[in-house]
Design a protein around this ligand. Structure first.
Ligand code: CA
Length: 222
């Protein structure tokens, strides 16, 4: 899952970015409003964490513009502005949740996971397909009662496929979601991760099908 973090405070931004990465998210960190808008224009994100007081462009203006263009990604506002009026304005501008600074990183992560679940139409943190289950909080995949040993990248790819289970995910979209600004994951690397996942999922009742020219589809094996 790829998150856009928009925060101009270097200390807080660094802390949130590290916490997100440790929790298994890919993160792009925009440090001002214009950078945030460029990021939203150029990349696909699963969610945005948005500070309000930003250099060059205010957070609420960014949010209104993104919603005006039809962006549906979940947005959590991070701010120290704590009047009822401020919160109402933020939610009315299209935010899904509101976290007051200073906040506990664990709570921010929990709220983010909850929003991501709902944006995928799920309420249960456990995803099940075939005999495969995936705990999206602990980020652990299991077949029956046996935990699978997967690398961080394999888990990311599996999570993306599971979020779209039963539907086709383009290889390009997977590569894009694995890649932050700082590191490059090519489409060839995606093929390698898919190959390894297939091997490790051979006994799970789950198949990852390749649809030539379209992408991959994860589904319960027939
Ligand atoms: Ca700020």
């Amino acid at each position: 899952m790829k998150i856009l973090l928009v925060e101009d405070d270097p200390t807080l931004g660094e802390a949130v970015m590290l916490a997100l990465r440790q929790a298994g998210f890919s993160v792009d960190w925009a440090r001002d409003g214009v950078q945030a808008e460029l990021a939203l224009d150029g990349y696909a994100y699963d969610a945005m964490l948005l500070d309000l007081g930003l250099p060059r462009r205010e957070g609420l203006a960014i949010l209104r513009q993104a919603r005006g263009r039809g962006a549906i990604l979940p947005v959590i506002i991070l701010t120290a502005r704590d009047t009822v009026e401020d919160r109402v304005r933020g939610l009315d501008a299209g935010a899904d949740d509101y976290v007051l600074k200073p906040f506990a990183l664990d709570e921010l992560l929990a709220r983010l996971r909850a929003l991501l679940r709902r944006s995928q139409g799920r309420a249960d943190p456990q995803i099940r397909v075939g005999r495969l289950s995936f705990d999206s909080v602990r980020r652990q995949a299991s077949v029956g009662d046996t935990p699978l040993a997967l690398s961080a990248r394999e888990i990311e790819v599996l999570e993306i496929l599971l979020a779209h289970a039963g539907r086709v995910t383009a290889k390009e979209a997977i590569a894009d979601r694995l890649t932050g600004w700082d590191d490059g994951v090519g489409e060839n690397a995606v093929e390698v991760y898919i190959h390894r996942l297939r091997r490790k999922l051979h006994d799970s009742g789950v198949a990852i099908r390749t649809l030539r020219g379209l992408g991959y589809l994860l589904e319960a094996a027939p």
